[in-house]
Structure formats: structure tokens, C-alpha cells
Design a protein around this ligand. Structure first.
Ligand SMILES: [Zn+2]
Length: 279
């Protein structure tokens, strides 16, 4: 399914990605994103109740960095002096190549952002975070690090058919992000369209949304879902930098972002021994 949308002056198509595909390059940027599913197991590190020490699903040679997510708008910049794995926040921004940004979700939207300059971000976007401005704050942080045109991709999250919402809260989200967020559940109850809310926030920040995973975490059965089953387990979104493959333009020219999502056709990054040094 391809649906057209307009992000400010940037014309783009939103490509509905099949969830079975694994790794996506965000347009003509040196940035890759991967969203895990239920079959990949609980991705949480031991410090927040899980069992994954970071070596199971992480690009080889990179350290997984993560946050204690609080549904706010705190952005944590991972720079040369950074040694704060597990601090509070809901977005990670970096230009480093030796780290892999990780966000943990079970219904909230995991959003990957990237620029041709190699600035990348991973955002935990639930409705509270969107209302707090987590997308805007992250985009501003990326811009301060030299990002010009920013593209985004949204991983699997809860869809409106499964996301009943109070009318009062729905009104306040609609006031901020537009009437496109208002939807109904399968049983005709008021519902929040979280993918539409994320798309609206990205559009308002000038981000060209390239792709989104089309499956609903609550009813597909392929994901952990807090909404459906009160899961404490979490899938992860991983975002990292890896040079463009041959044949891919080194940078985008003009205002039109590439519509192409380039899949990596093998998984060289799944390493059993985690070699990345935590700095
Ligand atoms: Zn659903």
C-alpha cells in the first residue's frame, strides 16, 4: 500500500513496509533501522527487567545505548564524552558510528530519523511524548548537530482499531496534531490514530516520512503488546550508521527526498560476541 502525503515543501510517499522485512536504509542517508518482533524475544537490558545484555541483536562493533523512557520529551545527545547508558529520556541523537541507538516499545511508536549528513535519532513516541513535543525537540537537536533535511521511518505500533481513547484526551491530541488523529476502534469506540499523530508531528517539523511498518502491535500477534496483553516485554528499534552501499547516491539533491527504501540483503551485523566497547 502506498499513500501520498505532503510534508511541507517536501513531497514524499509513505511506503507501507512489510513487517517481515528486516533492515531499512533511510533514503539516501548512511543510517539503517531495524525493528524487532516477538520472535526476536524481549529486548530489555537487565537494568530494566529484561535479560538482553546487548549482544543478541546489535550491529557488530557497536555499543547499544538506551534510555529509561518516561513518555516525555527529553533528548539525550550521545557525543564523544558520553557515558550515560540508562539515563532518563525518550530520544537519542548522535553522529557517532560506534553506537547503536535502542528504543524499547510495546504499542508506542518507535521513530527513526536520519539526515544525509549522518546525524541520526531514535525516538520513543507515545501520545504523551507527542503532546510533550518529543519529535520537535529531537529534530531541533539534530539540526543543532548539522542535520539539514531529515527523513523518518516509523516502526510497528498500535493502530486505531485497537486503541480506544477517552474523548477528552482525544480532543486535546486533535487540537495539537489535527483532526486526522481522530478515529474509531473496531467496535466503533473513540480511538487515537497513533500512526497519523506521529505523521502529523513529523510533518509539522519538516521531516519527510519515508516509510512505516503497516502492522498493528495489538492485533497482529507478531509483537509484544501492552494494550492487548499487558506485556512487560519489549521489542526494540535499533538505529545506527553504516556507509551507503555502492550505487546509492551519497546525498539527496533538491527538495525531493528519495522514495526508495534500500534493504540490506544480508545480516552481517548480528554477532554472537558483542565487541563494541562501551565508552
Ligand atoms: Zn490492531
Amino acid at each position: 500500500m502506498i499513500s501520498e502525503s505532503t510534508a511541507g515543501a517536501v513531497s514524499t510517499s509513505i511506503i507501507d513496509l512489510p513487517a517481515s522485512s528486516s533492515i531499512y536504509r533511510l533514503g539516501a542517508t548512511p543510517v539503517l533501522a531495524h525493528w524487532t518482533a516477538r520472535h526476536d524475544g524481549d529486548q530489555r537490558p537487565p537494568e530494566i527487567g529484561g535479560e538482553d545484555d546487548g549482544g543478541r541483536v546489535c550491529p557488530s562493533g557497536r555499543s547499544r545505548v538506551w534510555l529509561r523512557q518516561v513518555h516525555g520529551s527529553g533528548v539525550v545527545r550521545v557525543d564523544g564524552q558520553w557515558d550515560q547508558v540508562g539515563v532518563e529520556g525518550d530520544a537519542l541523537v548522535t553522529a557517532r558510528e560506534d553506537v547503536c541507538l535502542a528504543i524499547f516499545v510495546a504499542d508506542c511508536a518507535p521513530v527513526a530519523l536520519a539526515s544525509p549528513e549522518g546525524v541520526l535519532a531514535a525516538v520513543h513516541a507515545g501520545w504523551r511524548g507527542l503532546m510533550a513535543g518529543v519529535i520537535e525537540t529531537t529534530v531541533a537537536a539534530m539540526a543543532s548537530m548539522g542535520a539539514t533535511r531529515i527523513v523518518g521511518a516509523v516502526g510497528p505500533c498500535v493502530h486505531p482499531e485497537c486503541y480506544e481513547f477517552s474523548e477528552m484526551e482525544l480532543r486535546s491530541v486533535a487540537e495539537r496534531l489535527g483532526d486526522g488523529v481522530v478515529a474509531t476502534t473496531v467496535s466503533s469506540r473513540p480511538a487515537l490514530d497513533l500512526p497519523a499523530a506521529v505523521a502529523s508531528a513529523l510533518d509539522a517539523s519538516g521531516v519527510a516520512l519515508l516509510a512505516q511498518v503497516g502492522e498493528c502491535t495489538a492485533c497482529s500477534g507478531s509483537y509484544f503488546s501492552h494494550r492487548r496483553e499487558g506485556s512487560v516485554e519489549r521489542q526494540a528499534m535499533l538505529v545506527w550508521k553504516q556507509g551507503c552501499r555502492a550505487g546509492l547516491p551519497a546525498e539527496t539533491a533538491g527538495v525531493h527526498m528519495t522514495k526508495e527504501i534500500v534493504m540490506v540483503d544480508h545480516h552481517p551485523w548480528v554477532s554472537s560476541s558483542h565487541e563494541g566497547a562501551r565508552t
